[in-house]
Ligand binder design. Structure first.
Ligand SMILES: [Mn+2]
Length: 263
């Protein structure tokens, strides 16, 4: 795997000590990233996170060390939280050298103005999920949760995970994908003509027709079949997933982004 492009974006690694293969895959990838200018993590780096004091108890200090090493090698790491690891906070960032980014964020990446989101807030048809997210986003809920003991937090998180897995079995595939109107309004509320998000585990590149412009939406893949990532250079943005590459590219004469398939 050769990483091209000075900026790399990833999401949905769902790292957990219960999946040592996933951890090894991340460590190998982090090694490859040395020399990359900037890494964006767009949420769900971890399968779940119950507070910045719990990395060791969750068997995840190796991930912190790998991030810290990458940061010390000169790669800037920008972290957005997801719906699984929304409790990642400043202590985690201090110890790993990451910078926390609130969603949605407009970022200038390799000369492109890109809108970044985790993606779950675009899945507005999943009313139960949005309801749950609204509750856990409240500062009082977070404070209350973090004040509990490690084992209380651990069992609440386990219960939440099995509830969410059970819920998924009854939801149609459409409900768990992004809502087109939510994507359009998110882009229209920004200056961007390119949105990159994860969460749905449906990697792809989609054209989005807006009132006043044509935009693109890149969906990062999850890591269940190995790394999925976007590498962004000035005239080319590549999405890698399952040994496939989809690209948006532009020429020096024409700044319009166009889609290319490669296999
Ligand atoms: Mn997610």
């Amino acid at each position: 795997m050769d990483i091209t492009g000075p900026v790399v974006l990833i999401s949905d690694l769902h790292l957990t000590a219960e999946d040592p293969t996933g951890l090894e895959c991340f460590y190998a990838f982090a090694q490859q990233l040395q020399g990359v200018e900037q890494l964006y993590i767009l949420g769900d780096l971890f399968e779940y996170w119950i507070g910045d004091d719990s990395a060791e108890a969750l068997g995840l200090t190796g991930v912190c060390v790998a991030l810290k090493r990458l940061h010390e090698s000169g790669t800037k790491i920008t972290l957005m939280t997801g719906n699984r690891d929304f409790l990642l906070g400043q202590d985690f960032c201090r110890s790993t050298g990451c910078q926390l980014l609130q969603e949605p964020a407009e970022a200038e990446i390799s000369g492109h103005l890109i809108l970044l989101q985790h993606g779950d807030k675009l899945c507005t048809d999943d009313i139960n999920h949005q309801r749950h997210r609204a509750i856990v986003d409240q500062p009082s809920w977070r404070k209350n949760f973090l004040n509990r003991t490690f084992s209380q937090r651990q069992s609440l998180a386990q219960a939440g995970r099995s509830q969410s897995e059970a819920g998924k079995r009854y939801k149609s595939a459409d409900i768990m994908d992004v809502n087109d109107a939510a994507v359009e309004s998110s882009l229209l509320n920004s200056r961007c003509s390119l949105l990159i998000h994860g969460h749905t585990h449906r990697p792809g590149i989609h054209a989005v027709t807006l009132k006043n412009r044509t935009a693109w939406r890149i969906v990062l893949g999850d890591w269940s079949a190995g790394p999925s990532y976007v590498s962004a250079a000035s005239q080319r943005i590549d999405l890698h997933f399952k040994e496939q590459v989809l690209s948006l590219s532009q020429s020096e004469e024409d700044p319009t982004l166009r889609l290319h398939h490669e296999s």
